[in-house]
Design a protein around this ligand. Structure first.
Ligand SMILES: [Zn+2]
Length: 592
């Protein structure tokens, strides 16, 4: 027996020495995925489907088994896009304005028909910290609220509001939330003349496919100033805005004595997307290696390009990761390890980690046997000094030393750091209590721009990182016992605006549109929500006085509190309504 083991060991070392990533194959995979013909691998494009077929073909060529029964594809539906119906209009005084003459529903509008008096509520803002409330002196119950976009004092450094930088109060969602909170039936949004670029004709574009899907509960139309003038000739928007801005005092008033009728008509659509996965069959232990293959298409939200409607090839983000994942699998096929390896190209990463969320919930193997998930997301821009920071290294106790050993002979100068949170697919595994590693060569000037092209990649560097990934999986495979998972209490920087308070919850991005409330996939250890006993799987339905229909209501509600406030939060667990008293904290400092 001993001798056999020794032989095995010798064989392993020999295999290690000979397994080398092939730069030409990596180049070819990137070239295909990042070609203009793939249309930037945007959701709903033929280019994305072609990429999926290509990846499945490469997996098959490499001799890997399909991961989902007899298919390499795991298909599912996700919300994407709108169809505008015929009935988007407002009628008053015998005149009707429709989408051709000056109204357009927003992406978060509910569909419906309402009648009510029109009430002007300035900027539609309730901001106790600035002692400003457009709703303070009017009753908008059952009315159609008309308000302006933005906030008082834009470009005015002496404004009570931030002035130069707009605050969270200026978001259209917040305004809709305020109107709903005050009992309004619907909302009309208009660009105030003061800050509008009056040299350009007013043009309202239909909501784009990737706008928020969850509706805000009331119909919301954007309306042009010209249409407002036509419908309500007595109403002096120009004057009112000047007046509000002169001293930051609300000037809310009744616009009509009679009822106007308003209708919104839009349907949210879904699109079929798919993860692509393959299995290299081995023993009980499972290692997952993944990379997302979708990108920003012609520049959907998330694009940082100045031009619109241009193909975002995403060579680094993330053709590089997919090519690396495929090459690692080819190497493992040639030099098998004991563990079973699941390779996945995720879809819908750019729209909120959709593919990995779906996979974790519909895992094709025994999830309890997963030792680690290795995520390759943007690995094509290694710097000239070969410095490589391996992220999520602290998601298990053993990882730093494993990565260190794996780096031997790769020429890489490794720094190991960071917890398992992060803006990519590994986070969904980390939240499912799995150790993770995140390989990422860093952001750069072409990140999320149309200039992220194949010729700018450092292919020699990617070969080194692919070798490191392969070595790491071998090291993990050689471990006698599972890794020691570490759940850190340090939360990630989620971005998304300036919160004054920290709640410490992780929303479930895969929450179905039909579910009313805010579904959590987890809470951050040591955070206010966790301290109050709230956990993953709970559905938040109320915070203080605010009913939480969706995540936007939740964000809105959070903005009304200060650190140290105690707020009662109602949630549903196992079908039962529960109450928690949550003590809100100040947002933690950014880490790393
Ligand atoms: Zn990206």
């Amino acid at each position: 027996m001993k001798r056999l083991t020794l032989l095995c060991l010798l064989f392993t070392f020999a295999a290690l020495a000979f397994a080398q990533p092939d730069e030409q194959r990596i180049r070819a995979d990137v070239a295909y995925l990042a070609d203009d013909a793939r249309e930037g691998r945007g959701i709903g494009t033929k280019g994305l489907d072609d990429a999926a077929v290509y990846i499945a073909d490469k997996m098959k060529e490499a001799g890997l088994e399909p991961a989902f029964g007899d298919s390499y594809f795991q298909e599912f539906e996700m919300g994407w896009g709108f169809t505008l119906g015929e009935k988007n209009f407002i009628t008053y005084g015998g005149q009707t304005i429709d989408t051709k003459s000056g109204v357009m529903p927003t992406g978060f509008s509910a569909a419906g028909e309402v009648t009510g008096k029109v009430m002007f509520a300035g900027y539609g803002i309730i901001a106790p910290e600035f002692e400003y409330d457009d709703f303070a002196d009017i009753d908008v119950k059952d009315a159609i609220v008309l308000c302006m976009r933005k906030e008082p004092g834009e470009f005015d450094s002496t404004s009570k509001f931030d002035g130069i930088n707009v605050t969270a109060h200026s978001t259209l969602r917040a305004k809709a939330g305020n109107a709903k909170l005050k009992g309004a039936k619907a909302l009309l949004l208009v660009d105030g003349p003061l800050y509008a670029d009056t040299s350009q004709a007013e043009e309202l574009v239909p909501p784009s496919s990737n706008e928020a899907y969850i509706d805000c509960g009331i119909p919301v139309l954007r309306i042009t100033r010209a249409a407002v003038k036509k419908l309500f000739p007595e109403f002096e928007l120009d004057k009112l805005q000047r007046s509000i801005d002169s001293n930051t005092q609300p000037r809310s008033l009744e616009v009509t004595k009679d009822d106007a009728s308003m209708s919104t008509d839009l349907t949210r659509e879904t699109v079929s997307v798919k993860n692509v996965g393959a299995i290299l069959r081995g023993g009980d232990d499972i290692l997952v290696v993944g990379a997302h293959y979708d990108h920003l298409g012609y520049g959907q939200s998330g694009s940082l390009d100045e031009q619109t409607n241009v193909i975002h090839n995403g060579a680094d983000d993330n053709a590089s990761g997919v090519a690396g994942m495929l090459e690692v699998m080819r190497m493992l096929k040639a030099n098998p390890i004991n563990s079973t390896v699941l390779a996945v190209a995720f879809t819908a990463e750019e729209t909120g980690l959709g593919g990995s969320s779906h996979l974790v919930k519909n895992f094709p193997l025994d999830m309890s046997k997963v030792r680690l998930m290795l995520n390759l997301d943007m690995v094509g821009r290694l710097n000239e000094k070969n410095e490589f920071t391996v992220l999520s290294c602290k998601s298990a106790e053993e990882l730093s030393s494993i990565v260190e050993r794996a780096a031997i002979g790769t020429d890489l100068k490794i720094t190991c750091k960071g917890d398992g949170y992060g803006p990519s697919d590994h986070m969904n595994f980390y939240l499912a209590d799995k150790p993770v590693l995140f390989f990422f060569t860093g952001a750069h000037a072409d990140y999320h721009k149309s200039t992220d092209d194949a010729h700018l990649l450092n292919y020699e560097g990617e070969v080194k990182i692919t070798q490191l990934a392969y070595n790491t999986l071998r090291e993990l495979d050689a471990l006698e016992s599972p890794l020691t998972y570490v759940r850190t209490s340090e939360p990630p920087d989620q971005g998304g605006g300036s919160f004054r308070v920290y709640f410490g919850s992780i929303p479930d991005y895969a929450q179905p549109d039909s579910l009313i409330g805010v579904l959590l996939s987890g809470t951050r250890e040591g955070g206010p929500a966790a301290n109050a006993g709230i956990k993953g799987g709970d559905l938040l339905v109320r915070m203080g006085k605010v009913t939480l229909n969706n995540i936007y209501d939740f964000v809105f509600a959070l903005r009304t509190y200060a650190p140290g406030d105690t707020v009662d939060v109602e949630y549903v667990r196992d079908g039962k309504h529960e109450l928690a008293n949550v003590v809100l904290k100040a947002p933690p400092a950014k880490h790393q």
